[in-house]
Write a protein that binds this ligand. Structure first.
Ligand code: ADP
Length: 513
């Protein structure tokens, strides 16, 4: 059973309706179903009491006031497409979802390449907006671009371009706190400043990142830097034949990433990525358990992919890209890849509609249909050093666990500037009870394996927030205690997303130790 709060009183609902209009208050059974986690492992967990959808800061402040008065927990979402991490569902059952998807204002500073966005602006909205103005700036879209730009940056989602780590491009926020106070961070704290989206830090402590993956406030506006349209894009898709090629590949890319020759963050992925999107499992085998080596070979033969593959892309001036390309090509050829396919684009040519060009995409989500039935996926994503031997050891450990639990291995190793994130997708069939029963022990085993080597996850599903927070345990969990002191100071009764990222106010601490 997940923790829950009592259903809000009828009186509270009436107050929400008076503040927002009845059309923006949702407490019917169908509404509750609509806001549940579509990829939930336990369909009975994380049911919201309902949802409210304010359109302005003043309406948000009114909702917060009503919630405080009635002891209601709010769960803010931007567009609620955080599939695999809980979607639009709250951690605490009985919370009211604060749906900000009606707030869709975009302020664009073309000269400086920045936007100030409300939470409801989706990647498709911002793309259409920029395209109508000649696409002078590109987005960095995630694999499922249905979601909101603000929501993605707030959960540290990543895209494919040099601006891929959206959270690192945040510059200034506007936030409603649990007591209703409206705060602007950075230069926004200086009334009427024209530099809010230009200089991140302002004066004194910089708060932007304290509202990322936290529950300290409701973000109502976010400044973001956009990448200027490059003059050219050059790169290569490279495939590698053997599982053991992973280590040398990481050791070849890492120094190029650290020195900045590669500014985009490449992702090394395994053989399942094309098959899981383009086919269903029963087209390959009826055998239960993890896919056998012969099926893996059949998949690889059909799509002409290696055990591992990576796409490398260079963005910017053509002359610079050409020089950098030669360095990349030499580094890859030294590894004797199975295949190396160059790609080139120049400004003025038609864009390839992919994440590399910042185009919103949704087709990768098709992998939720791999097993048939009601599909879903959940991720396990520990942070590793950029070391080939560390990555190989992590890969072998994790692959063994996949086979032990009879799951099909879909993994990637994504480069940051100094780290790797090993994103492992667990593809699910919610209509297969035997499989669903294994998921929770499987994830616990993966988290424990990683922890034993000093690795922790960068992001997780609602079900595992307390567990993952508990692995960050230095000095008797001093960081969690610090987070909770801040939470208790700002929001003593837990109005905003109690339990998010394992952070509870002192009055409601329920998480695992
Ligand atoms: P997306 O629509 O991009 O997938 P979500 O709306 O699902 O993003 O948001 C991801 C997570 O970030 C949510 O579960 C929530 O915890 C947090 N979040 C989203 N928007 C806000 C916001 N405006 N203020 C505070 N937290 C937010």
């Amino acid at each position: 059973m997940t923790p829950s709060r009592p259903q809000p009183a009828v009186q509270a609902r009436r107050q929400f309706e008076a503040a927002l209009g009845a059309a923006n208050v949702f407490f019917d059974d169908t509404d509750i179903a609509a806001y549940q986690d579509k990829f939930a492992i336990d369909d009975e967990a994380h049911h919201p009491a309902g949802a409210v959808a304010p359109a302005t800061v003043e309406e948000i402040q009114a909702v917060v006031r009503i919630a405080r008065e009635h002891g209601i927990a709010l769960w803010p979402i931007s567009r609620g497409k955080n599939l695999g991490y809980g979607g639009s569902a709250p951690l605490l059952a009985g919370s009211v979802v604060l749906d900000l998807s009606r707030m869709k204002k975009i302020d664009y500073d073309e000269a400086n390449g920045t936007v100030l966005l409300e939470p409801g602006v989706g990647f498709y909205d911002l793309y259409d907006f920029l395209q109508q103005r000649g696409l002078k700036h590109w987005l960095s879209t995630p694999g499922n671009s249905w979601g909101s730009v603000v929501g993605n940056a707030l959960d540290r989602g990543v895209g494919y371009t040099p601006y891929g780590e959206n959270t690192s491009k945040i510059c200034g926020m506007e936030v409603v706190l649990a007591d209703g106070t409206l705060v602007r961070t950075g230069m926004g704290a200086l009334s009427g400043s024209p530099t809010w989206q230009l200089y991140r830090y302002g004066f004194g402590p910089c708060w932007d990142q304290l509202f990322v993956q936290s529950n300290f406030g409701i973000v109502t506006k976010m400044g973001l830097w956009l990448m200027p349209e490059p003059e050219s894009l050059m790169g290569m898709d490279v495939e590698f034949d053997h599982p053991d090629d992973l280590g040398p590949l990481i050791d070849a890319i890492a120094p190029l990433r650290r020195e900045g020759l590669l500014q985009q963050s490449p992702t090394i992925g395994n053989w399942l990525r094309a098959a899981a999107v383009l086919t269903t499992r029963d087209q390959w085998t009826k055998e239960p358990g993890a896919l056998s080596d012969s099926v893996i070979k059949a998949i690889r033969d059909k799509y002409k992919v290696g055990w591992w593959g990576v796409s490398l892309r260079l963005y910017g001036r053509e002359s610079v890209n050409k020089a950098a390309y030669a360095v990349l090509e030499e580094a890859m050829n030294r590894l004797k890849p199975m295949s190396l396919r160059p790609t080139v684009w120049k400004r003025g040519e038609p864009l390839e509609y992919s994440g590399w060009t910042g185009t919103p995409i949704t087709f990768p989500m098709q992998n939720a249909n791999w097993h048939g039935g009601r599909g879903g996926h959940i991720g396990f994503s520990p942070v590793l050093p950029q070391s080939g031997s560390a990555a190989m050891a992590q890969f072998k450990r994790t692959y063994e666990r996949y086979r032990e639990y009879g799951m099909d291995y879909q993994a990637s190793f994504a480069f940051g500037e100094r780290h790797l994130i090993n994103v492992n997708a667990v593809l699910l069939n919610k209509d297969d009870p035997a499989m669903m029963k294994k998921v929770d022990p499987f994830l616990h085993a993966l988290v424990a394996d990683a922890k034993a080597h000093g690795y922790g996850e960068y992001r997780t599903h609602l079900d595992y927030m307390d567990l993952v927070a508990s692995t960050y345990d230095f000095n008797d969990h001093a960081l969690r205690k610090l987070n909770e002191r801040v939470k208790t100071a700002l929001d003593p009764t837990g109005v905003i997303a109690p339990g998010k990222s394992g952070i509870w106010p002192a009055s409601a601490r329920r998480g695992a130790a």
